[in-house]
Design a protein around this ligand. Structure first.
Ligand code: NAP
Ligand code: GCO
Length: 266
C-alpha cells in the first residue's frame, strides 16, 4: 500500500458549509479530487445555483443545500437529507463565516452577536448535528476554519476575533470530548486569502495604488503574497484523511509565515 493511499478520501461523504465559493469551494473541490462525495450549503439561491454550475464545470457532481447554519432546525433537516442522498457525513468542514469590520465603539450588540452566531455558535450547531452518526460509525473528521484572528487582534474586528478565538477552543474541546470515538477535530487557520471576504482590503485605490492594507499584508508575509484558496487544498485533505488519524485538537496555520514574522522593515 502506498503512503499516498492514506490521503485518499475515496467513498467518504464530506459536507463543507459555505462551500458556494471562496475557501469552502476550494476545499470541497480538493475533497472531490481525493475521492469524496461532496455536499455544501449556503443561504443564497443564486449562490447555490452558480456554485452547482461551477462544480459541474470541474466535473464534480456536488449536492447543494440552502441552509442557514445558525438555524438548528434547518441544520438538522439538511444533515438528514444528506444522510438519505449521500450517506452518513464522515467529514464536516465548518467553513461558513462572515466578518464585520467596525470599530468596537461603533458596533451594535446585534452586529457583534450576528458575527459570533455564524462564526462560533453555528460550528457548535453543525458539529452537534453530525457527531452522533460519527460516534455510531466509529470515526469522523471535523475541521473548523479558524483564522489568524484566533491568535491575534486588530482594529475593527472585535467580534470576528472573539468568535475565531472561541472556535479554536471549541476545536480543542471537541477533540477532548470525542477523541475516544476515533473522531478528530482540528482547525485550519488561513492567513490572508484572496476571496470575496477580503476583497475590500485589496481594492485598487483611486490613484491606481494598492490598498494600504494590501501593502501591509505583503510586508508582513514572508511569502510576500496573499494566499489563494488553492493554498488550503493540501492541508484540508490531510486533516480529512486517515493520514491525520493521530492529529487532534490542533490548529494548522496556513498563512505564508505571517504568524512567525515580525514584518519587513519599511
Ligand atoms: P466568503 O468568500 O465570504 O464565503 C463565505 C461563505 O459562507 C459563502 O458561501 C456564504 O454564502 C457562506 N455563509 C455565510 N454565512 C452563512 C450562513 N449563516 N449559513 C450558511 N452559509 C453562510 O468567505 P471566505 O473568505 O471564503 O472564508 C471562508 C471561511 O474562512 C470563513 O469562516 C472565514 O472567516 C475564514 N477565513 C477567511 C480568510 C480569508 O482571508 N479569506 C482567512 C482566515 C479565515 P451565502 O452568503 O450565500 O450564505
Ligand atoms: C481582516 C481579514 C482577516 C482574514 C482572516 C485572517 O479583516 O483582518 O478579513 O480577518 O479574513 O481571518 O486570518
Amino acid at each position: 500500500m502506498s503512503i499516498l493511499d492514506s490521503f485518499s478520501l475515496q467513498g467518504k461523504v464530506a459536507l463543507v458549509t459555505g462551500g458556494a465559493y471562496g475557501i469552502g469551494f476550494a476545499i470541497a473541490e480538493a475533497y472531490a479530487k481525493a475521492g469524496a462525495k461532496i455536499a455544501f450549503n449556503c443561504r443564497g439561491q443564486e449562490h447555490l445555483e452558480k456554485a452547482l454550475a461551477d462544480y459541474r464545470a470541474k466535473g464534480i457532481e456536488a449536492k447543494g443545500y440552502l441552509c442557514d447554519v445558525t438555524d438548528e432546525a434547518q441544520v438538522q433537516e439538511m444533515v438528514g437529507q444528506i444522510k438519505e442522498e449521500l450517506g452518513v457525513i464522515d467529514i464536516l468542514v465548518n467553513n461558513a463565516g462572515i466578518i464585520k469590520r467596525i470599530p468596537m465603539t461603533e458596533m451594535s450588540a446585534a452586529e457583534f452577536r450576528q458575527v459570533v452566531d455564524i462564526d462560533l455558535n453555528a460550528p457548535f450547531i453543525m458539529s452537534k448535528a453530525v457527531l452522533p452518526d460519527m460516534i455510531e460509525k466509529g470515526h469522523g473528521k471535523i475541521i473548523n476554519i479558524c483564522s489568524m484572528m484566533s491568535e491575534l487582534g486588530r482594529e475593527t474586528v472585535s467580534a470576528y476575533a472573539a468568535a475565531k478565538g472561541g472556535l479554536k477552543m471549541l476545536t480543542k474541546n471537541i477533540c477532548s470530548e470525542y477523541g475516544e470515538y476515533n473522531i478528530q477535530c482540528n482547525g485550519i487557520g488561513p492567513g490572508y486569502i484572496a476571496t470575496p471576504q477580503t476583497a475590500p482590503l485589496r481594492e485598487t485605490q483611486a490613484d491606481g495604488s494598492r490598498h494600504p492594507f494590501d501593502q501591509f499584508i505583503i510586508s508582513k508575509t514572508p511569502a510576500a503574497r496573499w494566499g489563494n484558496p488553492e493554498d488550503l487544498m493540501g492541508p484540508a485533505v490531510f486533516l480529512a484523511s486517515d493520514a491525520s488519524d493521530f492529529v487532534n485538537g490542533q490548529i494548522l496555520y496556513v498563512d505564508g509565515g505571517i504568524l512567525a514574522y515580525i514584518g519587513k522593515q519599511p
